[in-house]
Every structure is written in structure tokens, then in C-alpha cells.
Ligand binder design. Structure first.
Ligand code: SF4
Length: 275
């Protein structure tokens, strides 16, 4: 696989319509450039997304990603937790558009195996996945809340350590790729291939929406794509270590997430959720 060039950080780029001297500005202070403007969910855009989503229903993940790159790069990004679906998308992007910026929400509670997978991605594809972290370290956060909040209020912990971080990270982008599959949960069953993500204010592209778990693992096996070794120990869906357990035979693949709580999603992929 070819090595990739370092990418321009998304939140501070040069203003291409500015004076000849290269000046680093934030997206908000470059008045002449439409490049930095957030995408607006106009009726025209939503129509385009609806039409494209229907058209792409029968397309392969590779074709969907190719369209996404052509339509939205360089304002196209991807967030990954290094799950099997994310690894498949990284593998495809390494071939189609290896310069695509990819980031990971590092809550401070990720498994060492997950962090190590980031290094394996770098070795295999030359892609450096960027960590996006909450302002407070785990130690400071737990001190502020008299102990680990995930034990008492995982919704708030996810909001503070994932959602807010992603909201900040999503600013300035127009579209992002997601690894969700429709057969993962009733909520995900409604996911379009391409749609407007109103929670984060950008277009969400789910190239694997129509794929099954079996298809994902077949590609991983066929191409020797790196994956989290915890999957071989019964962890079907992997998030933060305090909120993830291995699943028993016959359990739902996401049963090991927030086990003991009436919670199945961290909120990143909840549809029509304005919280
Ligand atoms: Fe906190 Fe658990 Fe959510 Fe991670 S998954 S942010 S530890 S509640």
C-alpha cells in the first residue's frame, strides 16, 4: 500500500482566496472563502442526498466511498473506533483516497488493544489516525465527579467524553463516513446510505449500511485487514473498557455494551436525536 502525505489539520487551514502570503486562519475568519463555510441543509441539498442515497442502495461500499470522495473531498472525513466495519472502510479509503483525514475519539478509557490498532493501521497503510480527546484527562474528570461517572451516569459520561468531542471535531467538515450497518440494531435499521446528520451538521455516509457482519469479516479475512484482537475473545462490539464486555453465545452483537444499563448507543449514531 502506498504511503500517504500528511494531511492539513481540519480546524486551521490556509485561506485560499487570501493574499499571496500563506496565512493560517480558522474556518470562521476567512470571509471570502466558501470552502470553509459549513454545509447548509437546504432543500436542494436534502433532495440531492435523498436521490443519491436511493441510487447508491445497490452500489458497493467501494463505489459509495468513491462517490463520497468525489463529491465532498477535501471536506470529507471519517471517525472510527477501529471496529471491524471501520477497519474495512480504512482499508478501502487507503486504496481510493488515502489522504482522507481519519480521527478517533480517545475518551481515555479505550482498551490498550484498540490504541495498538492505531499503530497497526499506520504500519499497514501509512495512515495516521488522529486522536481527538476531551479537555479533561480521566484523572481530572473523575476527581471532578467524585469517581468514575460511567458507573452512575454513562449518558453524561458519553456526552462529555464522546459527543462534545465529536461535535467540536466535526466543525469545518461537510461529510463523514460511518461504519454502521442496518442489521446491528433497530435504530440503525433506518440509516440511509447518504443522509443529513442534523446532530453534527454534516452529511453522513454509511457505505456498509447494506452489508452483513459476515460480509465485513469475509473482506477482513480475504485481505488480512488488521482488526482488534479482542474480537477473538468474544468482544463483538468494542467501546471503552469500563462499558464493554464479551458476549455469550446467542446474545445480540451489541449486548456487551453498557451491560446492566438501559443504554445501547453512545449517541453518535442515534437518528433524529437532538439532545
Ligand atoms: Fe464513558 Fe463508558 Fe461512554 Fe466511554 S462508553 S464515554 S467510559 S460511559
Amino acid at each position: 500500500m502506498p504511503a500517504v502525505a500528511r494531511r492539513v489539520p481540519p480546524m486551521a487551514t490556509s485561506c485560499e482566496l487570501g493574499p499571496p502570503t500563506l496565512k493560517v486562519v480558522s474556518p470562521d475568519v476567512c470571509p471570502k472563502s466558501r470552502f470553509h463555510e459549513p454545509l447548509q441543509p437546504t432543500g436542494e441539498l436534502l433532495d440531492e442526498l435523498r436521490r443519491k442515497s436511493e441510487e447508491l442502495e445497490t452500489a458497493t461500499p467501494r463505489e459509495i466511498l468513491r462517490w463520497a470522495v468525489q463529491r465532498f473531498a477535501p471536506k470529507f472525513t471519517m471517525a472510527t473506533a477501529f471496529g471491524p466495519e471501520g477497519m474495512v472502510i480504512i482499508h478501502l479509503l487507503a486504496e481510493i483516497a488515502p489522504e482522507t483525514p481519519i480521527f478517533n475519539l480517545d475518551t481515555g478509557y479505550q482498551f490498550p488493544e484498540t490504541l495498538e490498532l492505531r499503530e497497526r493501521v499506520k504500519q499497514r497503510y501509512g495512515i495516521e489516525v488522529e486522536f481527538k480527546r476531551p479537555e479533561l484527562t480521566v484523572a481530572k474528570y473523575e476527581a471532578q465527579h467524585d469517581g468514575p461517572l460511567y458507573q452512575r451516569n454513562p449518558d453524561q459520561c458519553c456526552r462529555d467524553r464522546k459527543i462534545q468531542v465529536l461535535q467540536a471535531a466535526a466543525r469545518g467538515w461537510h461529510a463523514w463516513a460511518s461504519g454502521i450497518r442496518r442489521d446491528q440494531s433497530p435504530d440503525r435499521a433506518k440509516a440511509p446510505i447518504v443522509g443529513w446528520d442534523k446532530k453534527f451538521g454534516l452529511v453522513k455516509i454509511s457505505p456498509l449500511a447494506n452489508w452483513t457482519k459476515k460480509e465485513v469479516w469475509k473482506l477482513i479475512t480475504d485481505h488480512d485487514i488488521p482488526y482488534n484482537p479482542l474480537h477473538d475473545q468474544g468482544y463483538t462490539s468494542i467501546g471503552c473498557w469500563p462499558c464493554t464486555r464479551a458476549v455469550m453465545f446467542g446474545e445480540d452483537e451489541r449486548a456487551g455494551r453498557w451491560s446492566g444499563f438501559a443504554k445501547t448507543e453512545c449517541g453518535l449514531h442515534t437518528l433524529n436525536d437532538d439532545k
